[in-house]
Write a protein that binds this ligand. Structure first.
Ligand SMILES: O=P(O)(O)OC[C@H]1O[C@H](O[C@H]2O[C@H](CO)[C@@H](O)[C@H](O)[C@H]2O)[C@H](O)[C@@H](O)[C@@H]1O
Ligand SMILES: O=c1ccn([C@@H]2O[C@H](COP(=O)(O)OP(=O)(O)O)[C@@H](O)[C@H]2O)c(=O)[nH]1
Length: 724
């Protein structure tokens, strides 16, 4: 088994200076704790930026020191920090991904630097990466990295996790380099986000901007299937629970309790960030003070703001604004012995945080947007006695799991103010019930669980990819088919038409055969050892117009109409058509509501087409239409088909499988080849004897033995069979 390499912008390391010497210690942040079980074992490593600019002369020494911690540095220069980190990552991606696109400055120099630094990371990775290794890349600073590595190592296992939200594609598309960013991410095999909403947004961006095929949560890019899934990240809940009994923590608890005796404590802890909703929270708290003089001197807002990205202009502005508002509130409401807000602009060790989590009556977490937010989970995990109330913004990823918190919209400061009052007055029983439910969630879906399932899913996806590769008509399979073809004297060649011999067109009548296709089919029919049949869902009139003059057998409307070469068309007898009017009316009603959709009427079926409908809307309406059709199809014994951009209702007596069986039964074929691309062709594959060659066009789950990518590959294979 190969090693695992973790990659993130920052290494999990604390740097201190003693007697002019740099000292490095592992830092136990949320992610580092969970991944500790990975990167500290075997030959595994973590690659990233050490968090400070290191002079060239010190690089060797720093590298040696980090090696002892299984950490490998990527050294960044001042210019990289300015353009890649502050510029592109934090002045473009961060605001857009947090839905504040007006803060974004789309400076092309920053893009150049972002590309260069992603390449820099790749160079370091490539000097360690070996076949069989697993790479786990983290976060928005490194979106191009999976794509860069994939080019060098086509088969390597790459997982990618984004810790911040993925915005609606309408916002994402604002970024001038959106396609390059998506392609970079799609170099991974498994792409994870904190929430299902992020997953939906990513899939929508990938399909709208790159026109890729999606099957549920699997995206097809080239011949790779890429999984896109929500993995809500957890914390080391047990650690926070145990910390409550730590001696240092107990000391802190004692002195804090002493200091704030007779006061209820609202706790808020964030990095300095406009995404965290600090200003709006202060406004809500001020409103609370204004409207509730009875609570003066009885409550305190204990607010920690951790310095962050202070070279970025918006962060500096935010800092000044917080200072100003806190100053105003405190000077306006303070009493001789009481300040309403205890405000600290610095970072604290986990022992101090744990003490705060233990003494806070209410934890107030109200970001405007937050990928997850770990602080709220740490608060919950610390509440061993099941008391305490969490007020949580619906914009934090954590709100999707911690549904027993008081959930608020952070923009509604009246509601947040009301939540403060509700929290202070919550009956004890309700408080405990809510806290118990939240603790179960936080303990079960902890950081170790997260790492375990992430790696397991990556393995699952890799094996799906391998099995897909196995079915591909590669050279050896192609030769095997040709060998059998050459040796046989009575061959059956069954070919679907749309998507198999020609590509799809937005207007169905435009998908007519071209000269090359006629020539290819003529060469098949010319050889009397070949019995060549087109088996299609098309109307017989269309097949007649396009192929009636050829020496081909034709099967139209999935078998409702048949024609032997040179003979007239024959219709399947005794099929009831009484259902048609009702279904037609329903389909028409859906066309009225869905611009671009239309109904195609065939003798024995009705087809609702949505290839020309706006992406996303078409499949939404198709699902709705199918729900509406289920009753009618069940009562009339009809078949409801969910095809490629079509919903078809047809008489269940008619299907390509039955048509296939009747052809096979008429002769003793010593070679059978069937090729088709869609749902209805599955019936052909299932009706074939075991030794037949069945080929699905497009790599989806199928009853076919093999697959080819598209109609070009089908034509190439047919040409190859005809070669002497
Ligand atoms: O490295 P910095 O620029 O100083 O920023 C610190 C980290 O902030 C972001 O955290 C996110 O990850 C958390 C854990 O998944 C999540 O709870 C939170 O909602 C996110 O904002 C960022 O994603 C990291 O890359 C930064 O290192
Ligand atoms: O003084 C502090 C304040 C916060 N944190 C930690 O910083 C992390 C913040 O993570 P979160 O997901 O809430 O937000 P982010 O800053 O990653 O956006 C949490 O694990 C906190 O325990 C810390 O170590 N010291």
């Amino acid at each position: 088994m190969g090693k695992t390499i973790i990659v993130s912008n920052r290494l999990p390391v604390k740097i201190t200076q003693e007697n002019n010497e740099l000292l490095f210690n592992s830092s136990e942040g949320g992610l580092a704790t969970g991944l500790g079980s990975i990167y500290k074992e075997n030959n595994n490593i973590w690659i990233g930026w050490p968090g400070m600019i290191i002079g060239e002369e010190e690089e060797k020494d720093v590298t040696e020191k980090l090696k002892d911690l299984n950490l490998i540095p990527v050294f960044l220069e001042e210019n990289d920090i300015k353009h890649y980190y502050e510029g592109f990552s934090n002045e473009i991606l961060w605001p857009v991904f947090h839905y504040i696109s007006t803060y974004a400055r789309f400076d092309p120099d920053n893009w150049e630097s972002y590309k260069e630094v992603n390449e820099k990371f790749a160079t370091v990775i490539l000097s360690y990466l070996e076949p069989g290794d697993t790479l786990w890349i983290h976060d928005y600073q490194l979106l191009l990295l999976p794509g860069i590595i994939r080019k060098q190592f086509p088969d390597i296992s790459i997982a990618f996790f984004q810790h911040i939200p993925f915005p609606s594609q309408e916002l994402f598309r604002l970024i001038p380099w959106r396609k390059e960013l998506l392609r970079g991410m799609l170099g991974a095999d498994l792409i994870g986000f904190h929430t299902f909403d992020d997953v939906r947004h990513f899939i929508s961006a990938a399909t709208h901007l790159l026109d890729l095929h999606v099957d549920g949560n699997m995206i097809r890019s080239g011949d790779r299937a890429i999984g896109v899934e929500p993995f809500p990240m957890g914390i080391d809940a047990q650690k926070f629970s145990d910390l409550s009994n730590d001696e240092t923590v107990i000391e802190h608890i004692k002195s804090l309790k002493e200091h704030y005796k007779n006061q209820k404590i609202f706790l808020s802890i964030d990095r300095l960030d406009y995404s965290k909703g600090i200003i709006q929270r202060l406004e809500a708290f001020e409103l609370f003070l204004q409207e509730n003089p009875d609570y003066h001197e009885k409550v305190v807002l204990f607010m920690i703001v951790v310095p962050s990205r202070d070279n970025v202009a918006e962060y500096q502005r935010l800092k000044n604004e917080i200072d100003r508002i806190v100053g105003n509130i405190n000077s306006h409401y303070r009493k001789l012995e009481w300040y309403p807000i205890a405000y600290f602009y610095q970072s604290y060790p986990v022992e101090f945080l744990s003490a705060l989590y233990n003494i806070a009556d209410v934890c107030l977490i109200t970001p405007m947007r937050d990928g997850m937010n770990l602080v709220c989970k740490e608060y919950v995990a610390s509440r061993n006695d099941n008391t305490g109330v969490l007020i949580l913004s619906e914009m934090a990823g954590a709100s999707k799991e911690l549904i027993d918190a008081i959930i608020v919209n952070p923009n509604n400061i009246h509601k947040v103010k009301n939540a403060l009052i509700e929290a202070l007055n919550m009956p004890e029983e309700e408080m405990r019930e809510r806290m118990i439910a939240m603790r179960q969630m936080v303990f079960k879906y902890n950081i170790y669980h997260w790492v375990k399932i992430y790696m397991q899913r990556l393995k699952d996806i890799k094996s799906t990819q391998l099995s897909m590769k196995a079915g591909r008509v590669k050279d050896s399979i192609r030769d095997q088919i040709k060998e059998k073809f050459n040796a046989s004297k009575n061959r059956l060649i069954l070919l679907d038409y749309d998507g198999t011999l020609v590509g799809f067109k937005t207007q169905i009548d435009l998908a007519s055969p071209d000269d090359d296709l006629y020539d290819l089919l003529d060469r098949f029919t010319f050889d009397k050892r070949n019995h060549t049949a087109l088996i299609s869902g098309r109307k017989y009139e269309t097949l007649e117009k396009w192929f009636g003059h050829k020496a081909l057998d034709l099967i139209a409307e999935h078998g409702a109409w048949r024609k032997k070469a040179g003979s007239p068309w024959k219709q399947k007898a005794d099929l009831s058509m009484s259902w048609k009017e009702e279904v037609h009316l329903l389909m028409d009603a859906f066309c009225d509501r869905t611009p671009g959709a239309f109904v195609e009427e065939k003798s024995y079926s009705l087809v609702w087409h949505y290839r020309k409908v706006q992406k996303g809307l078409g499949s939404l309406r198709a699902n709705e239409l199918m729900d509406n059709l289920r009753y009618i199809t069940a009562t009339h014994g009809l078949q409801l088909l969910n095809g490629d951009k079509v919903v078809e209702v047809k008489n269940s007596e008619v299907n390509k499988g039955k048509a296939t069986s009747s052809i096979i039964n008429k002769s003793d074929y010593d070679f059978i080849l069937a090729i088709g691309d869609d749902y209805t062709d599955e019936d052909i594959f299932k009706a074939l004897p075991e030794n037949a060659f069945s080929i699905k066009v497009g790599n989806h789950i199928s009853a076919a033995r093999y697959f080819l990518e598209d109609f070009h590959e089908v034509r190439n294979l047919l040409q190859y069979l005809l070669q002497p």
